[in-house]
Design a protein around this ligand. Structure first.
Ligand SMILES: Nc1ncnc2c1ncn2[C@@H]1O[C@H](COP(=O)(O)OP(=O)(O)OP(=O)(O)O)[C@@H](O)[C@H]1O
Ligand SMILES: [Mg+2]
Length: 258
């Protein structure tokens, strides 16, 4: 358990490109941290609710939407996944939140303020972002200390990445001075494909020391686990997916705990 002075580090996984592995990574890095004895809270900030569904949470009666709308105490929306892992689920209502909150004063700070009372209860709070750069993602980036960008080793994966880093710079200068790009990592990687290797080289050249050594390989167990509502360690602890996320999780923890 964190000591009474220590505060959770808030981390978000963001990339406005869809299907790059944000949800899979939030789920399995969070589960990996929990297996290493860290107290972890996952926050599903995507109206698609894929993270919630991936951990078996379906049609929750309370969600992050209620918190952002100021209608629910955040602690009453927390669902326990296992001893060290909790989640605040999302719901389809969240799709309307960007419009409903558009005129709200301090609308970018709502999540940051809502998470404040939970900081002493957790070691890490991991936020799964939607594939957009709208108000919900701005809220995540304003609440976070660290942002990680999952990237697929595919043609066009770097396309638009300067848009994302530009948004990070603006949020850092205007809303959250302590925001740090913690790193990028490759997902759905197949080293047998020349294209994957070439794009991995281009990503290495672009991001240099920000690229994590571990590449998450393309692995069928990672695609299957969400349908069972289980993280990869529970679903298939011997899979390459479990090995890769365990390695990436250790790299991230080493960096965060320096
Ligand atoms: N390494 C992997 N190997 C095989 N399948 C994967 C891997 N990572 C993710 N997937 C699968 O690819 C799909 C997209 O992954 P995921 O949902 O994590 O991406 P995302 O970035 O969160 O997508 P979105 O932008 O829609 O939120 C999912 O069906 C997921 O199960
Ligand atoms: Mg997702």
């Amino acid at each position: 358990m964190p000591d009474s002075k220590q505060k959770a580090i808030v981390v978000c996984f963001s990339n406005h490109k869809g299907g790059v592995g944000k949800t899979c990574s939030t789920c399995n890095i969070g589960a990996g941290m929990a297996r290493q004895g860290k107290k972890v809270l996952l926050v599903d900030l995507d109206p698609q609710a894929n993270l919630s569904l991936s951990l078996g949470v379906r049609d929750p009666s309370r969600s992050i939407y209620d918190v952002l709308m100021g209608e629910m105490e955040i602690s009453s929306t927390i669902i326990c996944v296992n001893e060290n892992l909790d989640i605040i689920p999302s719901s389809l209502d969240l799709a309307g939140a960007e419009i409903e909150l558009a005129a709200e004063a301090g609308r970018e700070m709502i999540l940051r303020e809502a998470l404040e009372p939970l900081l002493k209860k957790y070691d890490y709070i991991l936020i799964d972002c939607a594939p957009t750069l709208g108000l919900l993602t701005t809220n995540a980036l304003t609440a976070a200390e660290e942002v990680y960008i999952p990237l697929q080793a595919q043609y066009l994966s770097l396309q638009g990445i300067t848009k994302l880093t530009g948004v990070l710079d603006k949020i850092k200068s205007r809303l959250n001075k302590t925001l740090n790009l913690g790193g990028v990592f490759l997902t759905q990687y197949d080293g047998r494909k020349v294209l994957n290797r070439d794009i991995a080289d281009a990503i290495q050249e672009h991001f240099d020391s920000l690229v994590f050594k571990t590449k998450i390989r393309d692995n069928i167990s990672l695609a299957e686990a969400p349908s069972m509502g289980q993280d990869i360690f529970r679903y298939n602890s011997k899979s390459n997916g479990a090995k890769d996320y365990e390695a990436l999780c250790s790299e991230i923890l080493t960096k965060l705990e320096k």
